[in-house]
Design a protein around this ligand. Structure first.
Ligand code: XIL
Length: 302
């Protein structure tokens, strides 16, 4: 096939991108999105600060715009993200444990309820572990007030809120086998053994010279898949340009294709022009929406 989405579909997978609502009015942006991708992730519009800036006062306009754009064109939607330490409005920080538990429950129920049946996978909890060798949990209002059980609580609430959505744990620097991915693996294996509802693990896959595509990427994804879970590459971008970048993209696509439970790849943006990695050119289309060597490499690998 001649587009990323159609080629991925022939391999039984989706090929998605992060989307920002404020760019949908730009013709070249929308045309590239519509032509090439068959899944979208709202880049910021479903985060807590965007959707519940004040307690129990919800704002869904920008998220609705992305969901409507996608679904009216037959694209799938990933939900991102329900419980995360970042992009959290200040009011959440000041709650005591019982209020925070109630607020987390309400937030998950409101978000998942609004889009019930319309989201293929939700990042229920994002980035709950620290970097480095400790395998420890990251400090956050949720971790600090509710304790280690907050992740399990969030997944149980999420299952009830939308039984048709795949429930994912999502993180970065967990792409290869290391102390952080070991900690996530141990948590997820425990969830599976105790019947805590979880369906998928998201590997953000933000790569650059300090954090290159790991040599044990496939082995790592496979060990999670062997727990019976889906794995998804959720926020892919690779710093660089030209042939080196193209070859790295080929390796990522081949990794997903080699793991039968790897169900899809999402790149973290349509065009280098709007990448969150300002100063880098980590995506498949350049700032003028021209296809880069990385684009051709992905299309050929699919
Ligand atoms: C980033 C967005 O791309 C930026 O626009 C925003 O300013 C900060 O967040 N991990 C995640 C994503 O899970 O939500 C982050 O997205 C990138 C890192």
């Amino acid at each position: 096939a001649s587009t990323l989405g159609a080629s991925a579909a022939e391999r039984g997978r989706y090929f998605g991108t992060a989307v920002a609502a404020n760019h949908l009015g730009e013709a070249a942006y929308a045309n590239t999105l519509n032509a090439e991708f068959n899944s979208v992730t709202p880049e910021n519009e479903m985060k807590w600060d965007a959707t519940e800036p004040n307690r129990n006062s919800f704002t869904f306009g920008n998220a609705d715009q992305i969901v409507n754009h996608a679904r009216s064109r037959g694209m799938r939607v990933r939900g991102h993200t329900l419980v995360w330490h970042s992009q959290l409005p200040g009011w959440v920080n000041s709650l005591g444990a019982s209020d925070l538990r109630a607020a987390m429950t309400n937030h998950i129920n409101q978000l998942m309820g609004r889009y019930r049946g319309q989201i293929h996978s939700w990042d229920v909890v994002n980035e709950a572990f620290v970097d480095g060798n400790s395998g420890a949990r990251r400090s956050s209002p949720f971790q600090d007030r509710l304790g280690n059980g907050f992740i399990e609580e969030a997944f149980r609430i999420a299952r009830a809120a939308d039984p048709n959505a795949k429930l994912c744990y999502n993180d970065y620097n967990t792409d290869g086998i290391n102390a952080k991915s070991n900690a996530v693996y141990n948590m997820v294996r425990d969830f599976v053994s105790r019947g805590v509802p979880i369906d998928c693990v998201g590997f953000q896959s933000h790569f650059n010279s300090a954090s290159p595509v790991p040599s044990d990427y496939q082995a790592n994804l496979q060990r999670f898949a062997d727990l019976g879970l889906e794995v998804q590459i959720t926020e892919l971008d690779i710093a660089g340009s030209g042939t080196a970048q193209a070859n790295d993209y080929t390796r990522v696509v081949n990794t997903c294709l080699a793991v039968s439970r790897c169900t899809g790849i999402t790149v973290w943006g349509v065009t280098d022009k709007y990448s969150w990695r300002s100063g880098d050119t980590p995506l498949l289309f350049d700032g003028n929406y021209n296809k880069k060597p990385a684009y051709t490499a992905v299309l050929n690998a699919l």
